[in-house]
Write a protein that binds this ligand. Sequence first.
Ligand code: NAP
Length: 281
Amino acid sequence: MTREITARTGHAGVIGAPVRHSLSPTLHNAAYQALDLDLVYGAYEVQPGQAAAALAGATALGFVGISVTTPHKDAIAKAADARTRRVELLGAANSVAIKGGKSLADSTDGVGLLADLARSSGFDPSGVRCAVLGAGGAARDVVLSFADAGADEVVVVNRSFAKAAVAAELAGDRGRVGSLDELAAFDVIVNATSIGLLPAGESDEIARSFAAHLHDGQLVVDLVYRPSRTLFLELALASGARARNGLGMLVHQAARQVEFFTGLEAPIEAMWASVEQEATS
Ligand code: NAP
């Protein structure tokens, strides 16, 4: 059922480039419909360099919030009127709540991942040893979230050492740079690299190197959700590990944004139902 858009309808949306592939409108609109809110969420292609202008425009138009994707996360962290501690530490934001003409930037990816792991398998990050593959925006948020949630050790494995060191610092004295041949020693391994975007031949070889030391008893996560099962997750399952893709993280980071924008508890079941097709693709 599609809600009628009237002169009273409120607005929210995602900015990015590219943005046409985004599932955020599906997730957010499902939430607003389930909450019976007169609020509509769109997708806005905003070119690099235009993030601050887009935020000013959304604020002037009375939007309740915007989600932010590549390449605007750093620019929006700077452009917002205020930042949460997470955004101060990460230097990047994936969401901005707008109230009374003022914007507050937050980052919900890492907490979204932990919420999904807790909900799907009762996973508790306190006391675990975690390895994060990659040191980009998503990886840094995951490192910070595991550290905040009480992980014993958060090790970053990345092809560029300098970026790994910056990411590992987010975990304070529980963070360090590690290597692939240590992966057998960890309870949780999160692939937060962008190798899923490479041509299959190239990414397969890297996925095999990532998975070489996995074994049963480990929880292995790939932040990718298209396809729903990457070669890395296939190899993890074959080694006896438990595997989880990034769809739950996507749903839960959006749920946190719904709560951030509206102050209401997110209708998580309705949001999951809206992307059900993705879960089996
Ligand atoms: P990013 O900032 O561009 O970082 C990419 C990372 O991947 C970097 O650490 C990079 O290493 C590493 N990398 C790239 N190519 C590599 C290769 N050939 N071999 C080894 N490492 C390589 O990307 P991001 O925004 O963090 O996103 C990372 C992944 O997470 C993407 O697949 C994205 O779709 C996914 N993601 C999912 C969700 C979700 O809700 N499920 C949310 C956010 C992101 P260097 O540092 O050496 O360049």
